[in-house]
Design a protein around this ligand. Structure first.
Ligand code: MN
Ligand code: MN
Length: 298
């Protein structure tokens, strides 16, 4: 691990998917961000990295889409970030980690925690395009008097980072966010749009809009799924995507251009065990899709 990053992590008792790969050997450097300090409704995403590692010991990770298992991928689990005082500190720490990991030629994979971490990752990686899978836009100017939170970070991101932003699965917004997004030319694909187009057409439309991008960052807020599939999230919203639809979309758009990934907002205190396996499948299928893209030069 780069010396700059040593001492920033706490080592977990088990690693994600049982990975044993060292930082030096890895393509993907995963780390947990156990922070939910600005969560507004159902707290507990701070427990997500630990719970996902625990459950990952009990799921199969073979992808029929790519004929590859996550164990065949050079994935290193760096542990959990320890600098978690407030949202500003978390954003800064995530940014520092992503910058170092990227400079080492690897792909950072952040497991939240709340969604605010994406701001830090994208600020460091400066991708051409950001694809955000979410029920919400997280684009208010402020929420309950707070400028940086999981309900506003996309606003901060679009104010400070030059990247094309695509939001997919959106269905819970306020007028202020819609007006801002349209002013900024942010592309919004609602969950109804996906249903009307069908998954094939929605995938090819997304791929087409990404055709000019050399580097892509992908963020998955677990509440993009319908609560029927993933009830244990901080802010559940009805009329979400089905798991297979999201997996098809991700498998089509993820390829070797991906410079960073995250998965956020899983809230273990509300889980009967069903949401964890949804989150893990999204995570390993996404990693495999990027690795398959790298191997085939796509
Ligand atoms: Mn959300
Ligand atoms: Mn979000």
């Amino acid at each position: 691990m780069p010396t700059e990053l040593q001492g920033m992590f706490r080592q977990p008792p088990v690693s994600m998917f049982g990975s044993t790969c060292t930082f030096e050997e890895c393509h993907f450097a995963l780390f947990g961000v156990p922070f939910d300090g600005t969560s507004t409704y159902r707290r507990g995403s701070r427990y997500a990295p630990t719970e996902l590692r625990r459950v990952s010991e009990n799921v199969e990770t073979y992808s029929f889409r790519f004929r590859m298992a996550v164990e065949e991928i050079p994935l290193c689990d760096m542990g959990d970030l320890t600098r978690l005082g407030d949202a500003e500190e978390v954003v800064e720490a995530v940014s520092e980690v992503c910058r170092e990991v990227n400079q080492a030629g690897k792909v950072p994979v952040a497991v939240g925690g709340e969604h605010t971490l994406t701001f830090g990752a994208v600020s460091a990686l400066k991708p051409d395009a950001v694809v955000c899978m979410d029920a919400h836009m997280d684009m208010r100017d402020e929420y309950m008097g707070v400028k940086l939170s999981h309900a506003t970070f996309m606003r901060r991101l679009t104010e400070t980072v030059e990247a094309s932003v695509f939001m997919v699965g959106i269905r819970a917004v306020c007028r202020e966010e819609l007006e801002y997004a349209s002013e900024r030319g942010i592309q919004v694909v609602t969950s109804m749009d996906v249903r009307e187009m069908g998954v094939k057409k929605a995938s090819s439309k997304l791929l087409e809009t990404l055709s000019d991008a050399d580097s892509v960052y992908v963020s998955i807020d677990l509440d993009v799924l319908d609560p029927a599939y993933a009830p244990a999230v901080g802010n559940p919203e009805a009329e979400g995507l089905e798991t297979w639809v999201l997996l098809e979309l991700l498998s089509s758009i993820l390829d070797g251009r991906v410079v960073g990934l995250d998965l956020c907002e899983y809230a273990p205190p509300y889980d009967d065990g069903s949401t964890a396996v949804q989150a893990l499948k999204l995570l390993y299928e996404s990693l495999i899709a990027v690795e398959a893209g790298r191997c085939s030069g796509r």
